[in-house]
Design a protein around this ligand. Sequence first.
Ligand SMILES: [Zn+2]
Length: 466
Amino acid sequence: MNQPGMVTAAVLLLGGLAAAQVAAAPAARARGVDPQIAAAVRRVSAAQIEANIRKLVGFHNRNTLSAADPAAIARGRGIGAAREWIKSEFERYSQACGGCLEVKTDSFIQEPADRIPRPTEIVNVYAVLPGSDPENAKRIYLVTGHYDSRNSDTLNVEDAAPGANDDASGVAVSLECARVLSRYKFSATLIFMAVAGEEQGLNGSRHFAKWAKAQGMNIEGVLNNDIVGGNKTPGDTLQDANIVRVFSEGVPAAATEPELRLLRALGGENDSPSRQLARYVREVAQRYLPSRGFGPKLIFRRDRYLRGGDHSAFNEQGFAAVRFTEYREDYNHQHQNVRTEKGIEYGDLPKFVDFQYVANVARLNLATLASLASAPAPPARVRLLTKQLENDATLAWERSPGDLATGYEVLYRATTEAEWPMLGVQNVGDATTATVKRSKDNVIFAVRAVDKKGRKSLPVVPLPER
Ligand SMILES: [Zn+2]
């Protein structure tokens, strides 16, 4: 091992790395990279994620109807044991950061319903990392996955239902974001969540979202990770390990009749708050993951064709929420009894999960949460003034609540463009009104808040004001 030639090679390699880092630093600054967030991204561990997915699979069957009595918990079988373990992980992370996390449960009895034959206790487990700034701590960003699983029969609580991809992978993303981000402080509040009842009909997330709405909680964005395992069935050449799909609703599920009339009149069907959140995810990927060659493919649709997920429960209550799902699903490894038939292996087993892929999904979630929670709040009451017909456009807004903003940017794009261009952004300084030499007939505008370090809020599309 101590050959002189190898030592020389190692020294040369180190020299090369150092030079590359020096060159990379200004480029990173120009992209608006926050060094603390970049450091947090590097802490995400594929090995930790793999261990968590294998642990969840080890509970054998995590059907929402499966055992949750003390004996089953002691034996490490069923959904009760899974829930207690998730809670203990959050508590462990909290101990490591001097009690920085508030570990909580949202527990309720679901009365009999479709796929729920008898009254069943459903428990959502979550950890709160309170914002460090009292005003901004009211703003909340939430990451979630579902810890319940199922096999071929939604009511089967006996046979294996490993749910490695669906959705231990999503729970592992929530856990890893909590483990890493609990070492840092952010202005806004973060919630790391694992819900149950998804496979029975989104019961857990629906309960929490309704409760959050009733509490007046200001949840500004929800990231739902469901089936983010990057399925790697041998012989599947169409999977793409560099892409995660991000689904977002167009017309908001919670829009009222008058709001729908306005959307139709303005051509606003492509600019829901959920879609702005999806676009934000894309910008974050460009900022923090370019060297990994990994990023989102935005899908302008609420969810996969005629299928559903927990983000929709938040959309129904008027919250911006998106869904992350692997590029290509394999239905032999979803909602299937573990078996081999005619040489085909069925079942949602860890061996089909690409743990490096899940780690990249976790990095993207983590960078998005950290960016949102360090950035200023979006500007309030953004309006496009239409008192007189003119070819310029005058926008007005109220300052970003919480006082983190030092300036504002006006964005615009052609009505046929899908995403906010990197160009087409006008910095208007610390103002609450701006006139742009663009016809409001031809483009879509938005305004976002920026702080002194260049961290950007979610953009807000204006409403017309006469
Ligand atoms: Zn699922």
